[in-house]
Design a protein around this ligand. Structure first.
Ligand code: COA
Length: 329
């Protein structure tokens, strides 16, 4: 039996209805539409309604992916959810909530908590189960609800993030495709550059920490920018070298959408035309673990991404971590 390859047979995305434009945002913030567009490429973001959570958005995206793959939830062998914004602190895990909401009775499910690299980490892990022959039908989701965890008074972070979810169904096939090479990495020494200081075991929430806003994202934007620009290019080169694939053979780069300037810098450095990148940060801002599967969905739905195309998924995020892989459709 085997070898086994992983084929993306279904995909779906979900964003909340509510759109917050830069114009609306800057009414309450010392910033401007022009600044935000020039420094980040972001024009608007979607924000979850009060009744929505990470797992409800993930479930919506997952349902769409399952319909596309023509697969019943009960036929799934595994669910892997990449998110760092779980509905509950510690338990229950959002992956189990998605499993239940889908009606995927008793299907194993776990969460990958690596920040914005969550989807690529999850996809890489999921593919190992398929390659080994252990599982045939795996659902991989990236979902994030950050708008409830940022300080809307902090202009350095408030303008950057949005909510959303993207999902793919990966099924075993004997046609060579799927994960061709990957690079995963972590450098915890840089962890403090992107952190939520309070609300965890180390610093439980107290009235004082809440009053100080220590439950919100704190970010050293310049350091993260520097790290991201470097690691994106390095990891793309490593992944291509590993697979012995030249840049000319890559059809699309689907990067994590954190800042259009990071994407432009990587394109310049690698000498890849910008129109070979799938970019949607203008409409969704940074949706963390959801950004790559959402961009992939839009690439597929618009017909840009075609069967047999080679895709470079390149991500970086809190940790700080990075995760980049070469994927053949
Ligand atoms: C956050 C980020 C957009 C800031 O852009 P930048 O060009 O690096 O800007 P700087 O941090 O150098 O700040 C320049 C000035 O703009 C100001 N500024 C910051 N945010 C602003 C905003 N929303 N509107 C107006 N001015 C702003 C700063 O206060 C600073 O003012 P100063 O020079 O008077 O101190 C950018 O650093 C970034 O995108 N970093 C990566 C973040 C990221 O990707 N995080 C997620 C990783 S998964």
């Amino acid at each position: 039996m085997g070898p086994f390859y992983g084929q993306i047979t279904g995909w779906g995305m979900y964003v909340p209805e509510r759109i917050i434009t830069n114009q609306e945002l800057v009414k309450r913030l010392d910033s401007s539409h022009e600044w935000i567009v020039q420094r980040t490429g972001i024009h608007q973001r979607h924000a979850a309604a009060p009744h929505e959570t990470t797992s409800t958005m993930a479930t919506q995206a997952a349902c769409r992916a399952l319909v596309k793959a023509n697969l019943n939830p009960a036929d799934l062998d595994l669910i892997v959810l990449g998110t760092s914004t779980p509905d509950h602190f510690v338990a229950p895990a959002p992956s189990s909530q998605v499993q239940h909401a889908l009606g995927a009775t008793n299907v194993p499910a776990f969460t990958v908590t690596t920040g914005c690299t969550g989807f690529v980490y999850a996809l890489t892990v999921a593919h190992q189960f398929i390659q080994s022959g252990a599982y045939r039908n795996v659902l991989v989701i990236g979902a994030e609800l950050l708008t409830r965890l940022i300080n809307w008074q902090d202009r350095a972070t408030a303008v950057l993030f949005g909510d959303g979810a993207g999902a793919v169904v990966v099924q075993a096939t004997d046609r060579p495709c799927g994960l061709e090479s990957f690079v995963l990495g972590s450098n915890g020494a840089l962890g403090e550059h992107l952190s939520f200081p309070a609300g965890g075991i180390k610093e439980p929430l107290t009235p004082a920490s809440l009053a100080e806003g220590r439950q919100y994202l704190q970010m050293n934007g310049r350091e993260v920018f520097r790290f991201a620009s470097k690691v994106m290019v390095e990891s793309c080169r490593q992944v291509l070298a590993q697979a012995k694939v030249g840049l000319a053979e890559v059809d699309w780069v689907i990067p994590h959408q954190a800042n259009e300037r990071i994407i432009r810098a990587a394109a310049r450095e690698m000498d890849i035309p910008l129109d070979q990148f799938i970019i949607n940060i203008d409409r969704y801002a940074n949706t963390s673990a959801a950004s790559i599967p959402m961009a992939l969905c839009e690439g597929l739905d618009s017909g840009r991404v075609q069967p047999h195309h080679k895709l470079l998924f390149a991500s970086f995020g809190s940790g700080l971590t990075w995760a980049t892989c070469l994927w053949q459709m």
